[in-house]
Design a binder for this molecule. Structure first.
Ligand SMILES: [Zn+2]
Length: 326
């Protein structure tokens, strides 16, 4: 395991590896990007590459140093996360970090601190960290990890070299799920698309559960028709009974209707999310004109907004299902 096994982000990795090779790493980085795209994996990879006792400019993942970094007990590498039961990263945690950065490194290499997510530092913690970054201890490296810059002091941000990580391409996430988790290609494609380029989310998601639910949802949507008023009302009540499940259903329903729109326009499986349901998409698309597909999609996205604004879930769903049947 080394940099070449990290999924995606070739440019960012290349820049970091070059800085490492020429001993020109910045003393503070801000890694920005959506949840689950690999920011902490890359920060830890960099820490391993600095400390690995086997490989130069990369890491082996197996030596004592790499293993201790992976297990979170390397004396020169600290990951600061939120403590159990707390809502913020406190000033005490940052002060401890500062103390450790000032100790001499055990190995003579860099002392490294990774803060994840940095946005959970409260204001006094950020101010304390700012002081540390204004006069960085010799041979120290601080990596802040965040999904957005909102919540971070501008003065703190400006002290860090920013590296942005975009969503991972769908084929990379799907390829990883097939190779590492033994998923079927089409299911892997669906999970990669529905998690929008977040490998972390795709790995964490309960796949069998989601796939089973989707079968149920599909059956439900297919069974709705104008003459079955009672069926639509029952389905609305059932779906509305749990807010989290309802959000999941609506997110999927948007992807389902969007797939029909994409297929109706392009007649091609490219960009289809529910790729493993291609024959059902073709059937549905053949039965509906473009105007109907567009109207159903816009009513479904509208329902997502109404649920977010906390409108009565059952009424929103009754409206949606009765208006979009047939
Ligand atoms: Zn190693």
């Amino acid at each position: 395991m080394g940099f070449p096994q990290i999924v995606g982000h070739p440019k960012q990795l290349e820049a970091l590896r070059r800085a490492l090779a020429y001993d020109r790493l910045h003393h503070a980085y801000l890694f920005l990007g959506a949840e689950g795209v690999g920011k902490q994996t890359i920060a830890l990879g960099l820490a391993k590459a600095i400390h690995c006792s086997v490989t130069v400019g990369d890491y082996c993942g197996e030596c004592a140093d790499c293993a201790r970094i992976r297990d979170g007990n390397h004396p020169d590498v600290r990951v600061i996360e939120i403590l159990a039961g707390k809502k913020e990263i406190s000033i005490q945690q940052v002060r401890q970090l500062e103390k450790e950065l000032n100790f001499r490194s055990f190995s003579g290499k860099k002392k490294i601190v990774i803060l994840d997510p940095a946005t959970l530092m409260n204001l006094s913690a950020q101010n304390a960290l700012l002081k540390t970054l204004e006069e960085p201890p010799k041979n120290s490296l601080v990596i802040l990890i965040a999904t957005t810059v909102g919540g971070l002091l501008p003065t703190l941000r400006s002290r860090c070299l920013r590296v942005s990580f975009g969503p991972l391409p769908r084929n990379l996430v799907a390829g990883f799920l097939v190779a590492q988790q033994g998923l079927k290609t089409e299911e892997a494609e669906f999970l990669a698309a529905i998690t929008m380029g977040s490998l972390g989310a795709a790995v964490k998601i309960d796949k069998q559960d989601l796939l089973a639910k989707r079968q149920r949802w599909l059956k439900l949507l297919m069974s709705l028709n104008a003459s079955n008023y009672r069926g639509a009302m029952d389905a609305a009540e059932d779906l509305a009974s749990n807010k989290d499940d309802l959000r999941e259903f609506l997110d999927w329903a948007c992807s389902w209707h969007r797939d029909q729109l994409v297929y109706a326009v392009t007649q091609s499986p490219r960009e289809i999310v529910n790729l493993d349901l291609m024959s059902a998409i073709q059937r549905q698309t053949a039965q509906r004109d473009l105007e109907t597909i567009l109207s159903v999609l816009s009513q479904t996205t509208g329902a997502v907004g109404r649920i977010q604004r906390n409108l009565n879930r059952r009424m929103v769903m009754e409206n949606l299902l009765l208006n979009t049947v047939g």
